[in-house]
Design a protein. Structure first.
Length: 134
């Protein structure tokens, strides 16, 4: 979906066989009914939404068996639900949410859990680096 810039309603990507996802132009999700961004149940290892700024309601990343990283550094509005991703370090999720909330009061709420525990995260040159036991 390289040319998609905005949508008035929900984007729901559900594909157990999906291995890569790119939406480099997406900036806005939601001005209509059910304005959410759901990306669920896939095999993607990373999700990069580097220009996403506004989601009227919910950003949901759940059920990704191989997800280890995600980015949406420009996000300034949206509620975050990032859970049930067994390869994604919980500390990465926590640090990402802390950075987003520090940049905007409109990151209103989040739901996290059932991600990978036991990892340690550091911020190195503005990048979150997770170290996990094998």
């Amino acid at each position: 979906l390289p040319l998609l810039e905005s949508t008035a309603s929900t984007i729901h990507i559900y594909s157990p066989s999906l291995e890569s996802l790119s939406m480099p132009s997406l900036r806005t999700v939601g001005t209509g009914e059910y304005p959410d961004l759901y990306i669920t149940d896939s095999k993607v290892q990373s999700i990069h939404l580097d220009n996403l700024v506004f989601v009227a309601q919910l950003v949901r990343l759940t059920g990704h068996s191989q997800l280890t990283t995600f980015t949406f550094p420009k996000l300034r509005r949206g509620a975050l639900w990032i859970a049930q991703n067994p390869a994604l370090p919980e500390c990465f999720v926590d640090e990402t949410i802390a950075q987003l909330k520090a940049a905007s009061e409109d990151i209103t709420s989040y739901n996290v859990g059932a991600n990978r525990t036991g990892c340690l995260c550091d911020v190195v040159d503005d990048t979150i680096v997770a170290t996990c036991p094998h």
